[in-house]
Design a protein around this ligand. Structure first.
Ligand code: PLP
Length: 279
């Protein structure tokens, strides 16, 4: 059974003198074992930035993903499909004051009204310290985000409830496996992936289209990034990450979102079994 995450036991052999950073994704909202990862990163003096885009509300050893106990920063996405939304946008969390200051500067064209390098010309004075960006969220978006944040625990609880129902009915079925969540962790279930057993993988196209025809909004998360034309043009070759490629062959995401009613969940379960039982 796969966690869908980076295999921490294989990281060490991939670290070279060039490696500065490890960016684990908490895939589908299922936290990677951060303590194990951090102990390797420390041995090699490599930093960690958590890609927590799927993991708002997830817990690692009882603490929320995003507390940065084992990392320099955690990043979140507030795209509409995520746990909470601001339309578009996201959030970076860090406990490091220097990163915090720099991130705020990058957000706004590298411009500051504090800590001047040169003497101030007057009350209007500002300085540009870095080549930054315009990554500002509007106040309207921020206001939506704050009201969404108050609903987060309810959203995540509903996602967990639905995932538990799926886990129960799909346990030990002959067609596919589901994602393994380790004892140290509680997933926030951004996604509910099913992973086709070997003998069904060459029927993935058919299975996907049948699920779709039954009215299920299925998707595949993800095509390995280096198989995209941009990275192919940079020289990345098929076969370089065989585990990701196998995962891609097996993965289909079935619907899971907090607005699903219990009968929606029943519908998904019955249609999934209908499709697989009639292959
Ligand atoms: C794992 C992961 N990281 C990063 C992102 C990017 O998030 P955004 O589109 O909000 O920048 C996504 C978006 O879906 C994602 O799934």
């Amino acid at each position: 059974m796969s966690t869908g995450n980076m295999d921490v036991s294989l990281i060490e052999e991939k670290i070279t003198d060039e490696t500065k950073l490890i960016v684990p994704v908490h895939y589908s909202g299922n936290p990677i074992d951060l303590k194990e990862l951090a102990s390797i990163a420390e041995d090699y003096n490599v930093k960690i930035i958590e890609d927590a885009a799927h993991a708002l509300g997830a817990l690692y050893e009882g603490e929320r993903i995003g507390n940065c106990e084992y990392s320099e920063m955690s990043i979140f996405s507030f795209h509409p499909v995520k746990h909470i939304t601001t339309g578009e946008g996201g959030m970076v969390l860090t406990n490091n004051k220097d990163y915090y200051t720099k991130l705020r500067l990058f957000r706004s064209h590298g411009v500051t009204k504090n800590n001047f390098v040169n003497e101030s010309d007057g009350d209007w004075y500002y300085e540009m310290h870095y080549l930054g960006f315009n990554y500002r969220m509007t106040d309207i978006q921020a206001s939506l985000g704050l009201s969404q944040l108050r609903k987060l625990d309810g959203f995540v609880a509903r996602r967990r409830y639905i995932a538990e129902r799926y886990d129960k009915v799909f346990k030990d079925n002959p067609y596919f496996e589901t994602i393994k969540v380790k004892d140290c962790c509680q997933s926030s279930y951004h996604l509910y992936p099913i992973l086709l057993n070997n003998e069904y993988q060459d029927k993935k196209k058919l299975i996907f289209s049948k699920l779709h025809s039954e009215g299920l909004g299925v998707q595949v998360h993800y095509i390995p990034v280096y198989l995209q034309p941009y990275y192919q043009n940079l020289g990345y070759k098929r076969g370089s990450c065989p585990v990701s490629e196998d995962f891609y062959k097996s993965e289909i995401t079935i619907p899971l979102y907090p607005g699903m009613s219990d009968s929606d969940v029943d519908y998904v379960i019955s249609k999934v079994f209908k499709v697989f039982n009639n292959l």
